[in-house]
Ligand binder design. Structure first.
Ligand code: 2BA
Length: 107
């Protein structure tokens, strides 16, 4: 079994969750914040059998769009080395981590 962590844009999260549910893939949705842009994003955690990993990742990728976002000026001002004006950065589609699960129980 593997644990998949997927960080996606808030605007894509409903579509991602609907698509996973449609395929009967269990998922938990967490509200998270990107450390760089300091904007809300969504982290999905999903425990899946090994043979479902690729399918799960494909579904997440299919529903996560790449977009550009503006880094807040305030953030740059308080971080020496970063330019003190808004910077456009490309975000996503999805940032995905896959980890081995040592033990899984539902008690
Ligand atoms: P944020 O940390 O808010 O980062 C948003 C986007 O800003 C990133 O998009 C990347 O294009 C850019 N960025 C991040 N850190 C940067 C830096 N130090 N210098 C220049 N540009 C930087 P993505 O790479 O697509 O990441 C989207 C979100 O996924 C991130 O939001 C963060 O919440 C998460 N993430 C990405 N890589 C991660 C990692 N290695 N570990 C944990 N979370 C990660």
């Amino acid at each position: 079994m593997k644990m998949i962590f997927a960080i996606v844009n808030n605007d894509d999260s409903n579509e991602v969750m609907k698509a996973l549910n449609k395929e009967h893939i269990s998922v938990t949705k967490l509200a998270s914040t990107g450390g760089f842009l300091l904007k809300g994003n969504t982290t999905f955690i999903s425990g899946v059998d090994d043979d479902m990993v690729e399918k799960t990742i494909e579904i997440i990728k299919e529903h996560s769009r790449r977009r550009t976002q503006i880094m807040p000026v305030d953030y740059a001002q308080y971080n020496p080395g970063l330019a003190p004006y808004p910077i456009e950065v490309t975000v996503g589609g999805a940032t995905i981590f896959v980890m081995d699960v040592e033990r899984f129980e539902k008690a």
